[in-house]
Write a protein that binds this ligand. Structure first.
Ligand SMILES: Nc1ncnc2c1ncn2[C@@H]1O[C@H](COP(=O)(O)OP(=O)(O)OP(=O)(O)O)[C@@H](O)[C@H]1O
Length: 264
């Protein structure tokens, strides 16, 4: 099995002491089994009648031998066209999606930015800040101490007493981002969370991601916005059809990606 690749940043002239590796992804493959109706294969759908009707399952090879090492203070952009395998790679790193081959080692449990599942739309923003904080493992006292900061960051103070179902999708996304980043994360995965929200909120979110990184954290940012990637990341992984085609400094990789998309 191929060993984990070294960070291209290690070779930079003037690089200080070797940095601590926090995630090692070694020759990872992920295969999804999908019923040929398009449904995911699961115990409920694997009845003989359905299989007879559909002709069985298909395998989608979503990741094909991806290897890299992430270091502390890395802010890694993950780019690639739709369906290239970015989210699959992030879910594999968090352990949500099993690998069919290869291994992933992490120095601590990576968290996927998101508290969505814990929130209740019929409750007010205020109550949801508490619920989301509890879901992140914060104590009641910690949530109280951070409450004002979360609400300020979300920028929806005027609406915080209203039920969340009355919020626009952008307002909901702001609140979720504000709650989820209130906790310290050593390894944080942000999957397209910055796509919603206006310019000012995007800038605040990016600044917060940089702060998490500067605080010895490691951040993965999956995004189709090359502007967000350039503003936030020092390193980029470009994935195409399940293969890691490029891993290097942000400008180099984003330039190559944009060039490949401009070529007919
Ligand atoms: N739960 C699943 N069951 C079956 N196939 C899946 C599942 N999730 C993803 N896939 C397939 O795996 C491949 C990679 O999908 P993935 O969501 O990782 O791509 P992505 O790069 O994040 O795409 P996007 O930019 O559109 O969000 C695609 O072919 C997709 O159809």
């Amino acid at each position: 099995m191929a060993g984990p690749t070294e960070s291209p940043l290690d070779d930079q002239p003037g690089a200080a002491e070797p940095r601590r590796p926090v995630v090692v992804v070694d020759d990872v493959h992920v295969e999804y089994k999908v019923l040929s109706t398009g449904k995911r294969a699961g115990p409920a759908e694997t009845g003989r009648r359905l299989l007879q009707r559909t002709g069985g399952t298909r395998t989608v090879h979503a990741l094909k031998g991806v290897s890299f090492t992430a270091y502390e203070n890395d802010s890694i952009g993950v780019i690639g066209s739709n369906g290239s395998g970015k989210s699959t790679l992030m879910r594999a790193i968090t352990g949500l999606t099993p690998t069919s081959q290869g291994s992933i080692h992490a120095a601590s449990r990576p968290s996927m930015l998101g508290v969505g599942a814990a929130l209740i739309k019929d409750l007010s923003g205020e109550r949801n800040v508490i619920l989301g904080g509890l879901a992140l493992g914060l104590s009641r006292a910690e949530i109280e101490a951070k409450y004002e900061e979360i609400v300020d960051f979300s920028g929806i103070r005027d609406f915080i007493d209203l039920p969340m179902r009355t919020y626009s999708s952008g307002m909901t996304a702001r609140l979720k981002f504000a709650i989820a980043t209130a906790r310290d994360h050593e390894i944080l995965i942000v999957d397209e969370a910055l796509a919603v929200g206006d310019q000012a909120f995007r800038e605040r979110s990016e600044a917060r991601i940089r702060a998490i990184r500067d605080d010895a954290g490691t951040v993965f940012l999956v995004s189709h916005s090359m502007r967000s990637i350039r503003d936030t990341c020092n390193r980029v992984l470009w994935i195409d059809r399940g293969v890691l085609v490029m891993d290097g400094p942000t400008d180099e990789v984003v330039d190559a990606y944009e060039q490949s998309r401009a070529t007919p």
